[in-house]
Design a protein around this ligand. Structure first.
Ligand SMILES: Cc1ncc(COP(=O)(O)O)c(C=O)c1O
Length: 433
């Protein structure tokens, strides 16, 4: 039996309705260190509702079989569920089904692009793959905000091909310096890759401005949508990006499933990244012919139950409505940033309160190491992220080695934000300040 949604479709999110919604999330009802759990680490990974957990379980109980391989009934059923999931996820982000490639996570999706481009640069798939080939003199433009997942793959591609990396610097408030972006994006730019929402600063970057700069010079645009797709309405066709990546585990789905979006005409001509079973039409001892995209990029036995569960997570979010999700997280984010900056010796990173920003806030507690901040909060049952959040160059640019981050999601209440702020207020005095 499927678990009914705690909230009727389109219910406005507020403290009362979120309290009801939390009934769908078994783990939120847990105690940690003798205190009620306050989970403020959804930017790292989110919690799962019963509906998602059940969808994965019922796949194993009712249909479990390899997809696109067998002719027996279960194999056909599994394949149908797997492809329906692709349709649901495609619809959620304004894409066609054949523009959605399943990956293990966003990191793999970004690596898929760079490995495919590296293969094209070595002549694999030529002549159709040549638009994706890079060589000396070409430039890859990133930003100083990038998560390592959208930085290191490009570093490796640059090393393999002789291309040069450039990066858009930040303004004092952490937003992108668009004047510098205009100067850096030139005829030499082959790829512009940037994060939609910074996982540290919470800024929402101006995709339209950056896409139009890239279009003027014919560069590919890659969007790291890890911190946007789970939290706001996102339509890749409307944004007109060429590629985008996001992870299921940050949007109520299990770990082990991610998505690469790419325009169909690009996927058609890109060489594959991983190769092997399930992605070929004909193989001899010396060469192989590949299936059409997206299958060409899905070698080996797939992440079937995880893809099906991701579709269930999408249905869950659609039942609430992404406008609602965004509005509620905006309120939580503003409460966080106001509250943090009202504390002595605590400073938020990124745009000030009152400015457009996501529902996550990283901060620096003067004189106290983020690991100590995290440990003290954990003793009170509060889960936050500490460290460099896979963004070492960004922290360096901010003059820090690490920070603490509180990140909210649909299931957090304003009361939880206030509990977190009360406990954060005690941290510096605990250390004798
Ligand atoms: C902005 C951003 N990009 C990329 C990633 C990588 O996601 P994953 O580890 O799921 O591949 C994350 C995850 O923290 C992220 O926040």
């Amino acid at each position: 039996m499927t678990h009914p949604y705690a909230l009727a479709s389109g219910t406005v999110l507020n403290d009362q309705t979120v309290q009801q919604l939390r009934e769908d999330f078994p783990l939120l009802n847990t105690e940690v260190n003798g205190k009620r759990l306050v989970y403020l680490d959804s930017g790292a990974t989110s919690q799962n509702p019963y509906q998602v957990i059940q969808s994965e379980q019922s796949f194993y109980q009712q249909a479990n079989s390899a997809v696109h391989r067998g002719a027996h009934t279960l194999a056909v059923e599994s394949t149908e569920l797997f492809e329906q999931a692709r349709m649901v996820v495609a619809g959620f982000v304004g894409a066609q089904e054949n523009e959605i490639v399943w990956t293990a996570n966003a990191t793999e999706a970004l690596n898929l692009i760079t490995y495919s481009f590296a293969n094209a640069s070595s002549g694999i798939g030529a002549p159709a793959s040549q638009p994706f080939a890079l060589s000396e003199g070409d430039e890859i433009v990133l930003t100083e905000q990038e998560h390592h997942a959208n930085l290191i793959p490009w570093q490796i591609l640059a090393q393999k091909t002789g291309a040069t990396l450039r990066w858009i610097p930040l303004n004092a408030d952490g937003t992108l310096n668009l004047e510098e972006a205009e100067r850096l994006i030139t005829e030499r730019t082959k790829v512009l890759s940037f994060t939609h929402v910074s996982n540290v600063l919470g800024c929402i970057n101006p995709v339209d401005t950056l896409v139009s700069l890239a279009r003027q010079v014919g560069a590919f645009v890659v969007l790291d949508a890890c911190q946007s797709v789970p939290h706001m309405p996102v339509n890749f066709h409307e944004l007109d990006v060429d590629f985008a990546a996001f992870s299921g585990h940050k949007m109520l789905a299990p770990t082990g499933i991610g998505v690469l979006y790419a325009k169909a005409e690009l996927l058609a001509n890109m060489p594959p990244f991983l190769t092997g079973g399930s992605m070929i039409t004909k193989v001899t001892m010396t060469e192989a012919k590949f299936m059409e995209a997206p299958t060409k990029f899905e070698a080996g036995t797939q992440k079937i139950s995880q893809a099906i569960a991701l579709a269930e997570a999408v249905r869950y979010l659609q039942n609430i409505g992404m406008d609602q999700v965004y509005a509620w997280e905006h309120e939580l984010g503003q409460r966080l940033v106001h509250g943090i900056n009202n504390l002595d010796g605590v400073r938020s990173l990124g745009p000030e309160a009152g400015q457009t920003r996501a529902g996550l806030v990283a901060f620096d507690v003067e004189g106290v190491h983020p690991h100590d901040v995290g440990q003290l909060l954990d003793m009170q049952g509060i889960a936050v992220r500490v460290g460099h959040h896979c963004a070492q160059p960004l922290h360096r640019a901010l003059g820090l080695t690490a920070s603490t981050r509180a990140s909210s999601y649909i299931y957090n209440t304003t009361e939880e934000i206030d509990i977190f702020l009360e406990e954060l207020a005690q941290v510096r005095s605990y250390f004798g300040y």
